[in-house]
Design a protein around this ligand. Structure first.
Ligand SMILES: Cc1cc2nc3c(=O)[nH]c(=O)nc-3n(C[C@H](O)[C@H](O)[C@H](O)COP(=O)(O)OP(=O)(O)OC[C@H]3O[C@@H](n4cnc5c(N)ncnc54)[C@H](O)[C@@H]3O)c2cc1C
Length: 442
């Protein structure tokens, strides 16, 4: 049985501000037996629980969350709700259309849940931009937009002049506009779904870290006060998963740094040149991303050479210098949006991203008894993909996975990443020499 270090830090992101005080569900205090035990209460765990409860109302489902719902990346991200799968080439038109349609279905699901469960002010869908800082990459994107449109993918290329009417970004050579992307407040969304989970009989145990997993026809999960016996388990722990002993050689948990500004008025946003778009990301290796909260705050994040901490980068094994990561992000924000020079930063936080070497995530089932379900490694498109994961895993659980076969993330084999200390040394050597994170194509 693999032992887990219980050292997950608390979510202190701007998404937790201005919320009603949160009342967590009590921790698991007595032994239980369930059909499915889900480890982790982020988008993956919650979406899986909801799908299972809708499809199999007679089965018992429990979520075990080390801290509170939306404690991990789901409550700390940049808020961008994007189509596509990071790491997948767009070369083949039919494949591009299919991948786009599948991810668009994931965003439709978010939109439908927000409407069905009346969760106000957490979601907008007025499009996101991929901004190109390099003229050659912008020219390639303009051509790409043409064939993508012909293939049925509704992205549009904006010239620098067109872009300036939507978003004034210093140094931009053009952008791709995806009109079906948007922005989500993950904390508001997942807390807003909690009543629906409870009403459908999903048991939620918060402040309940899973300390170890013993696989078998019935799996046993140890928590501080009690054990869970489950016919199937779901690893919904994304970047934290290596601490449970799984996918240690498959993912690199990197820390992305994020800052949020003070709230800005609509006039101030217009002065900054930001109109009618939910967010943008750039075209650099360490992607910068930004979105505007419903309260008018700018959330801006990105990676840097300090993103990986020794031994799978758990939150307290973090050995980098956080201030350098925040300084890099803040400098990029002020360079892209010079009008923010006098805007105060009022929040700073980090969160773990599970990066695979190819950047392509994986979703599937494993174990001698084929009862350990998993979905992880989403890199930069996790808001959509982790929400989609619930449907993928529930289909797989039901025995009907036909729809997902052939999609790039389905049962994807992860490329091998060496163990520590080679991993840490290799990561820092590559980033220091190239300024880029290690990456390999599938
Ligand atoms: C700073 C940052 C910015 C990002 N920006 C974007 C963005 O703009 N757009 C986008 O699409 N994606 C973004 N992402 C990625 C996206 O947020 C994630 O891919 C997605 O939220 C993953 O969801 P998840 O439920 O799989 O994992 P998580 O949200 O990390 O949930 C895992 C949960 O498991 C719990 N847990 C861990 N170990 C245990 C254990 N042993 N026992 C019990 N519970 C445990 C954790 O507390 C956590 O709540 C960003 C990520 C970060 C960190």
């Amino acid at each position: 049985m693999a032992a887990f270090r219980v050292d997950i830090d608390e979510n202190r992101s701007a998404w937790t501000d201005d919320k009603a005080p949160y009342r967590p569900e009590p921790p698991l205090a007595t032994d239980i037996e369930v059909d499915v035990a889900i480890v982790g209460g982020g988008f993956t765990g919650v979406s899986t629980a909801l799908h299972l409860a809708e499809r199999f109302p007679e089965r018992s489902v429990a979520i075990l969350e080390a801290r509170h719902l939306a404690n991990g990346a789901s409550g700390r991200n940049g808020g961008m709700v994007l189509n596509w799968v990071n790491g997948v080439e767009r070369g083949d038109p039919e494949r591009a259309r299919r991948v786009y349609e599948v991810t668009r279905g994931g965003i439709d699901r978010i939109e439908a849940l927000v409407a069905a469960h009346r969760i106000p002010g957490v979601f907008r869908r007025d499009g996101c931009l991929e901004v190109f800082t390099d003229p050659a990459r912008a020219a390639a994107a303009a051509l790409e937009a043409e064939w993508l449109q012909a293939a049925g993918v509704p992205v549009r290329f904006l010239s620098p002049a067109e872009l300036a009417r939507t978003l004034r970004i210093e140094g931009a050579a053009g952008a791709l506009l995806d009109p079906h992307a948007g922005q989500l407040d993950g904390v508001g969304f997942l807390r807003g779904l909690k009543p629906a989970l409870l009403a459908r009989g999903v048991r939620i145990y918060e402040d309940t870290p899973v300390l170890s997993v013993r696989e078998g026809a019935t799996c046993t999960l140890a928590t501080p006060l009690a054990e869970v016996r489950a016919a199937a388990i779901v690893l919904a722990t994304n970047a934290y998963t290596p601490h449970l002993g799984y996918f240690r050689s498959g993912i690199l948990p990197l820390h992305s740094h994020v800052v949020a500004t003070e709230p800005l008025s609509a006039e101030r946003w217009a002065e900054l040149g930001w109109r009618g778009v939910a967010g943008f990301s750039d075209d650099l290796d360490r992607i910068a991303y930004a979105s505007m909260t419903p309260g008018g705050r700018l959330v801006f994040g990105g990676g840097s050479n300090t993103s990986y901490g020794y031994q799978y980068g758990g939150d307290t094994s973090w050995r980098g210098t956080p201030s350098a990561g925040f300084a890099a992000v803040e400098a990029r924000m002020r360079a892209y949006l010079p009008g923010t020079a006098d805007v105060a930063i009022t929040s700073r936080w980090t969160g773990p991203v599970a990066v695979t070497l190819s950047r392509v995530p994986t979703m599937g089932v494993r174990g001698e008894h084929r009862n350990v379900y998993f979905a992880l490694g989403y890199s930069g498109h996790g808001v959509t993909l982790a929400t989609l994961a619930g449907r993928v895993l529930t289909d797989l659980y039901s025995g009907d996975d036909a729809f997902w076969r052939g999609l790039p993330f389905y049962q994807q084999r992860l490329l091998w990443i060496p163990p520590e200390p080679m991993r840490w040394a290799g990561y820092h050597a590559v980033t220091a020499l190239t300024g880029k994170s290690p990456r390999r194509r599938l």
